[in-house]
Write a protein that binds this ligand. Structure first.
Ligand code: BGP
Length: 464
């Protein structure tokens, strides 16, 4: 069967500033929370001292090599590139009155380069990082004042890039704060649920204020939220498992509900009450939340299962993801369970729930690549993963779901988020750098490069 992708479907790839740019102190950039996480977003943050270094300090040196990389993306036929702005390039400490011109100028150059090839930028305002200055001095998102600092930053970049960027996202995987509070909201990992949800509330208000500012400053732009699409299935058809699954799916759907509907869903009353959480929500906050997103974006890598069986849950806690494995699925080398049909299911769940356009802004396979003796990289496993997921996107479109585009994660190898590894590669383009930071940073096309080029060139007709 061949699939009918819309003519203006935004095919492309997704990267994030802190995982590609490097140049971590160049041109006045300040330290970000990511710069304090040399071992990844799940690890504890560490204070930096003179002489300390981390793999992300250079990353893949996109800050200096972007013209070459954009040209390669253009060669694959990209219509869209999702990237993020490093907040600390614009406001190095986060609480300045005026922005850093050198940081603003960098993104002008980057967006101009993309525009040469008609590649639409899709820009995340905050992808797993914030100015460390805001954490140290103001307590991160725990402090209501951070809303104001974020709004100033958002307005600054909307103003500056209003003619260059028409697609925006607020916070990357906003629901991730529940698992990684430092990464998401700049709070210590042992923070109470009360403090984490209050910080999340501030972030939800800030997101809504950014939506409103975007509509005011760039009327023809579209701005979306960004969720970690963590869809969960009941492990069995036992009604108790089904109810538990519904509850656990609400842990992350809650974020979408607020950002798409404009108010807290009623099920959260019971949730907060049972956990002794009382949020401070002002009238102004309630007003702000009414500014809802134009579309919903999400990442999708895997699905998981839920059970009420205590023994199985105990076992699941021993693995990194805390998810009960699905006996019907295979896993990647990193233990992420591969479930292409889950993507069709998730697209339908979100569309049924919100009736707003959806954008898949991350999906891909992290794998160890091997260079053959003739210099080629035959990443058939990656081609299969992406093909199978895109087929399910085609199915969802047939189902009637409105999908704006698909930007697969890491079209060029980059530093992984969870453990800051180079060896977990997602790219169509190989980058010569290892986990210890050795390598020439040279770029090389993999087999999947030509495969994706043909998928985009045929608007999905070559999928099978
Ligand atoms: C998402 C993040 C990305 C990204 C991806 C893959 O959660 O938004 O930044 O890196 O996951 O994860 P990893 O890099 O750990 O393989």
């Amino acid at each position: 069967m061949s699939y009918q992708f819309p003519d203006n479907f935004l095919w492309g790839g997704a990267i994030a500033a802190n995982q590609v740019e490097g140049a971590y102190l160049t041109d006045g950039k300040g330290l970000s929370t990511s710069d304090l996480q040399p071992h990844g977003v799940l690890a504890e943050a560490v204070e930096r001292h003179d002489g300390d270094s981390g793999i992300k300090d250079v990353a893949i040196d996109f800050y200096h090599r972007y013209p070459e990389d954009i040209a390669l993306f253009a060669e694959m036929g990209f219509k869209c590139l999702r990237t993020s702005i490093a907040w600390t390039r614009i406001f190095p400490q986060g609480d300045e009155e005026t922005p850093n011109e050198a940081g603003l100028a960098f993104y002008d150059r980057l967006f101009d380069e993309m525009s040469k090839y008609n590649i639409q930028p899709l820009v995340t305002l905050s992808h797993y990082e914030m100015p460390y200055g805001l954490v140290k001095k103001h307590g991160g998102w725990g402090n209501r004042r951070t809303i104001e600092f974020f709004e100033r930053y958002a307005r600054t970049v909307f103003q500056r890039y209003q003619h260059k960027v028409k697609y925006w996202l607020t916070f990357n995987e906003i629901n991730m704060s529940l698992h990684a509070p430092f990464t998401g909201v700049g709070l210590p990992s042992d923070s109470s649920r009360q403090d984490i949800y209050q910080a999340i509330h501030h972030q939800l208000v800030a997101s809504a204020k950014a939506v409103s500012a975007c509509h005011e400053i760039i009327p023809d732009a579209k701005i979306g939220n960004m969720l970690l699409g963590g869809i969960l299935y009941p492990l069995s058809c036992k009604p108790a498992d089904v109810i538990e699954t519904q509850q656990q799916n609400r842990d992350w759907l809650f974020f979408g509900d607020v950002q798409v509907r404009g108010y807290y869903p009623s099920y959260m009353n019971r949730f907060f009450k049972q956990r002794g959480i009382t949020l401070h929500i002002t009238d102004d906050d309630r007003q702000a939340l009414k500014h809802t997103v134009d579309f919903i974006s999400f990442s999708y890598y895997m699905s998981g299962c839920v059970t009420t069986d205590e023994e199985l849950n105990q076992k699941a806690r021993a693995n990194i993801l805390n998810m009960v494995p699905n006996p019907h699925l295979e896993s990647s080398e990193w233990g992420w369970q591969i479930d292409p049909q889950g993507l069709r299911y998730l697209l339908n769940v979100l569309y049924d729930r919100y009736q707003k356009p959806l954008f898949i802004v991350e999906n891909g396979l992290g794998a160890k690549d091997k260079i053959d003796s003739d210099g080629s990289i035959n990443d058939d496993y990656r081609i299969k993963y992406l093909n199978d997921h895109l087929v399910q996107v085609g199915e969802a479109i047939e189902d009637g779901v409105e999908v704006l585009g698909y930007t697969c994660w890491g079209p060029i190898d980059l530093v992984s988020a969870s453990k800051a590894e180079m060896s977990k590669r997602y790219g169509f383009i190989y980058v010569d750098r290892d986990d210890a930071g050795n390598g020439t940073l040279e770029r090389k096309k993999k087999k999947s490069f030509y495969w994706y080029q043909s998928v985009i060139g045929s608007n999905g007709q070559t999928l099978k």
